[in-house]
Design a binder for this molecule. Structure first.
Ligand SMILES: [Zn+2]
Length: 352
C-alpha cells in the first residue's frame, strides 16, 4: 500500500510533467529582421533592398503561432508575371490565423516586385536579370542579386522547410506538379523534402538532382535552401501566364496540406494517391529561329520518334520537324509561335 508521502511524490511529478508540457507547447517571440514578433501575431514587413541607384522592397507576412512548431518558408513571385502563386499567397495570408497555428510561417508575397508591377516576363526590369538564376546572390551586386542575397541570408536560414511556388508563364503550357531536391549524400534532408512534396497531393512529383551530390552553385532559390540543409520543395501550378482560379485554389490546398502534415494546423491531410515520381527529364530545344507549331498540350503522353511539332521560318515556310527523343509525359511546353534557336520547346518527364 502506498504511503501519503508516496502519493504526494506522484502528484508533484504529475504537476511537473504537466507544467513542462505546457512550457514546451507555448511558442516564444520570433526574431526576424530586427523585429521581435509575439506568439499569436501576424505582421506585415517590407524588407528593403537598395542599390546605389535604385530601391525596392520584398513584402513578407510573418505568422507566429501561439504554439511551438516548425518554421515554414513560402515564397511566391520569384517570377513577377507568374500571377497564380502571387494570388494564392495573398489569399493564404487572409486565411491563416496565428491563434490557431503551431510554429511560424514566413510568407513572401512577391520576391520580384519590380517584375510584377512592370509586368516584366521572367526578369527584373531594373537589371534584366532572372532572380531564379542568381542565387545565392550578392550583397553588393545588382538589384536582383541583392534580392537573392536578402532571401538567402534573411529568410532561408530561419526556415525548417522552404517552398518556392511558380506557375507556367505566358509562353508556357504547364502540367501542375511538385518537385523536391534529392541528392544521395543528403538522405535525411532529401527524404524530409520528398515527404512534403508528396503531402501536397499533386499527381506528379519531380525529383531535382537525383545524383550522388550537388557540385554546382545554388542558382535557384530552393536549391540555395537545400545547400543550407533545409528541405526544399517547388510547386509549379498554373499555365500560360493567365489567372485561373482553380489553380490558385490548388496551390492553397497544397500548402494547407503541408501545414496539416507538419501539425502546424488542426487539419488532417487528405489521403493522397501515390504520385508518379519523375526522376529524369529531357528538354527539347529549338534548332531554328522562327515560328513553332504543335498540337500537343502539357500532360500528353508521348513516345520516342513521334512528331511533336514543327518550325517555320519568318515567312511561314516549313524548316524542320520536332521529333520526340524519349517516352514520357509533357510537363511543360512553349505554346505560342515565337521561338529562337536554343529556346526550350518541351520538357518531358520520363515515366517508367
Ligand atoms: Zn517561375
Amino acid at each position: 500500500m502506498n504511503s501519503p508521502i508516496s502519493y504526494l511524490k506522484t502528484i508533484v511529478v504529475f504537476l511537473f510533467i504537466s507544467c513542462s508540457t505546457i512550457t514546451i507547447a507555448q511558442n516564444i517571440n520570433f526574431e526576424f529582421a530586427k523585429h521581435s514578433l509575439k506568439p499569436g501575431s501576424k505582421t506585415e514587413i517590407l524588407l528593403p533592398v537598395e542599390t546605389e541607384t535604385d530601391s525596392t522592397v520584398i513584402p513578407v507576412t510573418i505568422f507566429n503561432g501561439t504554439k511551438k512548431g516548425p518554421v515554414l518558408g513560402i515564397v511566391a513571385g520569384v517570377h513577377g508575371t507568374e500571377f497564380v502563386p502571387i494570388l494564392a499567397a495573398q489569399q493564404l495570408a487572409r486565411d491563416i490565423d496565428p491563434k490557431n497555428l503551431s510554429g511560424t510561417i514566413i510568407l513572401v508575397h512577391i520576391a520580384n516586385v519590380e517584375g510584377f508591377l512592370n509586368r516584366s516576363f521572367r526578369v527584373n526590369p531594373i537589371d534584366q536579370k532572372n532572380l531564379n538564376r542568381v542565387f545565392p546572390g550578392s550583397k553588393n551586386g545588382s538589384m536582383t542579386e541583392r534580392i537573392a542575397w536578402t532571401i538567402s541570408n534573411t529568410i532561408i536560414p530561419n526556415c525548417d522547410y522552404y517552398i518556392d511556388v511558380h506557375a507556367g508563364d505566358y509562353n508556357n503550357d504547364l502540367r501542375a506538379y511538385a518537385g523536391y531536391y534529392n541528392y544521395f549524400d543528403k538522405p535525411v534532408v532529401s527524404k524530409l523534402a520528398k515527404d512534403i512534396a508528396v503531402a501536397m497531393g499533386f499527381p506528379f512529383v519531380v525529383q531535382f538532382g537525383n545524383e550522388p551530390s550537388l557540385k554546382n552553385k545554388a542558382v535557384y532559390t530552393s536549391r540555395e535552401a537545400f545547400i543550407q540543409n533545409i528541405p526544399a520543395i517547388d510547386i509549379e501550378c498554373g499555365r500560360k501566364g493567365i489567372v485561373e482560379e482553380k489553380f490558385v485554389i490548388r496551390i492553397k490546398q497544397a500548402l494547407w496540406n503541408v501545414m496539416g502534415y507538419l501539425d502546424m494546423v488542426d487539419q488532417t491531410p487528405p489521403k493522397n494517391e501515390e504520385p508518379v515520381m519523375i526522376g529524369q527529364r529531357t528538354t527539347i530545344s529549338s534548332p531554328e529561329t522562327g515560328f513553332f507549331y504543335s498540337d500537343f498540350t502539357s500532360g500528353d503522353y508521348v513516345k520516342k520518334g513521334m512528331k511533336l511539332g514543327y518550325i517555320t521560318d519568318l515567312f511561314g515556310n516549313h524548316v524542320t520537324d520536332i521529333k520526340c527523343p524519349v517516352d514520357g509525359m509533357i510537363l511543360y511546353k512553349t505554346f505560342n509561335p515565337p521561338i529562337k534557336k536554343g529556346d526550350g520547346l518541351f520538357n518531358i518527364g520520363h515515366i517508367n
